[in-house]
Every structure is written in C-alpha cells, then in structure tokens.
Design a protein around this ligand. Structure first.
Ligand SMILES: *Cc1c(COP(=O)(O)O)cnc(C)c1O
Length: 374
C-alpha cells in the first residue's frame, strides 16, 4: 500500500489529484517482460527499437533519435540543424530555462523576442522582424501550458528567411495542429519523457526530424564509440504502453481542460490558455494568468492550493532580467516578464478533478483561514 499524506486522506474525492506516475497494469507487465527477457541489462535491445518505430509511426517521420532528456534533446537538435558557436538563436523571453542553457551549451547566443500579451507563445511579428534584421542560426519555440504554436505560419516564416527551427513539444506530445502532430512541423521536434511529463519514464527524451542529415549530425555528435546520452531498454519498455493510450488520454484531458477553462474564466475572471476550435492540445499543465484579479489575490489562490497539496505551481521565471552579457534582447520583454510574474500552472493530474468543487473548496479554506503567514 502506498503511504498517503494527510491531505490525501482528508481531501474530498472530487478535488483530489490523480496519483502520478500511472500504475496501469500494462506498465507493470512491460516491466515484468523486460525482466524476463533480460533486456533490462542490455545496451541495445528490442524495446528502444520498438519505441523508435512507434514514434516514427505516430509522427509520420522517418528519423527519431532517443536520448537522456528533453533538455539534451534540445541541445542535440540545435547541433543537428547545424548551429555553430557564435551563432545567434532566437528564443521567446518566456520559455523553459533549459532551452536558454542549451543555446549557450552549443556556444550560441540567445536573441530574445517577446510573447503575446497575456499568453506564453512567441510574438510572430517580432520574430519576423528579427529574422529580417539579423543573421540568425536557428529559432527555438515551445508549445507551452496548453497553447499551441501555429505550425504552418511558423514554417512559412522560417522558410522564407531560410532559418531552421526547433519545435519543443515536451509539453504537448501527440497534440494535433492543423492535421499534423506537434513536433513534426519544424526541422527538428523535441519530446521529453521526464518524471512529470505526459509520457514518462522518469527521464528521457527524443528528437524527431524528417531530415536524414539532421539525424546524422546528432548521431555523430552523440555517439562516441557508445551512446553518450542514451535512453535505456527499461525506459523504452515503460513508454510503449503509454503510447498506446496517448490519444485517448489526450482527448480526456482536452475535455477536462475545457471544463476548467470555462469554470476559471466565469467564476474567477482568470485568463486561461487559449486554443483554437478543432485543435487538440495535450495538457501537461494548464496555464492561467490573473486577468482582472489583483495580483496579490491571485497569489493567495496559489498559496492556498499548494497548502492542500494541490499540484499547482508558478510559471517559468522568464529571461527578461538576463544580462546583455548572456543574450540580446531584440525587444522590450514586457509580456514575458508579466507571464513570469503572474502565471499559475495547474498540473494535468488535477484536470480530472471537478474545477467547480476545487474552487469552492479553496474559497472555503481561504475564508476559514485568517492570513497568519506572509
Ligand atoms: C520539461 C521540458 C523540457 C525538458 O525536459 P526534461 O526531460 O525534463 O529535460 C524542455 N522543454 C519544455 C517546454 C519542458 O516542459
């Protein structure tokens, strides 16, 4: 029996998050199979091979490189598209911190552009200006917090300037954008199999590409007699049963995310991630900003939720305050800073709960607790 925390015991079922990682019998069977056939102790075996085939099929792409994390996948992707030391690489002023570091790791320099107001996705007009005004080695963009980048527009834009781009789909595995999966629009796509991610092996990642040359460059860099950033057979084995259910799980999360969005917008006036009708994001985390709610009240909701052990957190810190020694800010990063200051991320494990019940529960708890701390 797993040990339950006090909050798990006392929380009403309709506000409880799902336990994570999942304990589906199929995952247990995969572990058993990997033990039985001794693949768990092999360098190369059938499970990584099968995972490559499944990812090829899912994304309809020929080249998949499995690796140790999403973070290293971004770095490998940068090398794969040919970024060199001294190049400039465009990144949004609000993004996963490891992406900034990955650009630095290849000796390139981040060039920052803002995100759209009240959102977490890159401003395409600013991106266009930067691409028009400077020599850029690559663009790195992420699908974040339930919002999806427009794949076709991004492709057209980068192609027009002849700049390769990298699509970070760590938060959106299997999501559909304009009839294609997230991660397949760019020159290289990136997935994470980290411990909190929707497809999890505790650790792990992958680069997806349609260019053999990109895959080849990654392979040459990463293989030094042996793979330097490997994914193991054990990891591949537990991912396979999760891939079987990815679409079904994404559909369920999508329905629930819509319910949360409607409830949070009408009950609290919060500004929730936006997605177009007919697109199906996959919700790793659902992003919200306060909308008309005062910042301190918004913060109070986060503090209260966390006190009950709800899987709510703050957003990324963003790059607006990074020194010019480390990057070039092509524009004032006003909206990136706003997003960094005022984002709450509701984890996918909470989407199965009833948003109305969660809000009522937190309202009650906030009313009953006089503010003693802070
Ligand atoms: C989690 C995440 C990563 C990195 O993945 P790891 O496997 O944890 O290294 C990269 N980009 C985004 C947007 C992420 O959410």
């Amino acid at each position: 029996m797993p040990i339950m925390t006090p909050s798990e015991v006392s929380l009403p079922p309709e506000v409880r998050p799902l336990p994570w990682p999942p304990q589906w019998p199929a995952i247990g069977e995969a572990l058993q199979a990997v033990w039985s056939d001794r693949s768990w102790g092999r360098y190369d075996g059938p499970y990584c091979q099968r995972l490559v085939e499944r990812l090829q099929h899912l994304h309809d792409l020929p080249w998949i490189y499995l690796c140790a994390s999403g973070t290293c996948a971004v770095e490998l992707a940068l090398r794969g598209v040919g970024v060199q030391a001294g190049d400039e690489v465009v990144l949004a002023g609000y993004d996963y911190p490891g992406n900034f570091r990955a650009i630095e790791a290849v000796g390139a320099r981040p060039v920052l552009v803002d995100v759209q107001p009240g959102r977490w996705t890159i401003d395409l007009r600013q991106l266009e200006q930067v691409l028009g005004n400077s020599r850029i080695g690559a663009v790195v963009v992420s699908h974040l917090h339930g919002e999806l980048l427009p794949g076709q527009e991004m492709s057209d834009l980068c192609q027009r300037f002849g700049v390769p781009w990298i699509e970070d789909a760590c938060q959106a595995p299997g999501a559909w954008i304009g009839g294609r999966r997230a991660g397949t629009w760019a020159d290289a796509g990136v997935l994470s199999f980290g411990g909190s991610k929707l497809l999890t092996a505790g650790r792990g990642g992958a680069v997806l590409t349609r260019h053999q040359a990109v895959w080849q460059r990654i392979k040459i860099f990463a293989e030094r007699g042996n793979a330097a950033f490997p994914l193991s057979e054990l990891q591949a084995a537990v991912l396979l049963p999760q891939l079987d259910r990815l679409d079904e799980q994404n559909r369920t999360r999508c329905r629930q995310a819509l319910l949360w969005k409607t409830t949070l917008e009408t009950e609290l006036g919060w500004q929730v991630a936006r997605w177009a009708d007919g697109t199906c994001p996959s919700f790793y985390k659902l992003g919200v900003q306060p909308g008309a709610m005062p910042a301190d009240e918004f913060e109070h909701w986060l503090v209260s939720a966390r006190r009950w052990g709800f899987p709510w957190g703050a957003g990324f810190r963003g790059f607006a305050r990074r020194t010019t020694r480390r990057c070039r800010q092509a524009f004032a990063l006003v909206h990136s800073q706003a997003a960094a200051d005022r984002t709450i991320l509701i984890d996918h494990t909470h989407l199965a709960a009833s948003p109305a019940a969660v809000i009522n529960f937190l309202r009650q708890s906030m009313k009953n607790s006089t503010v003693i701390d802070s």
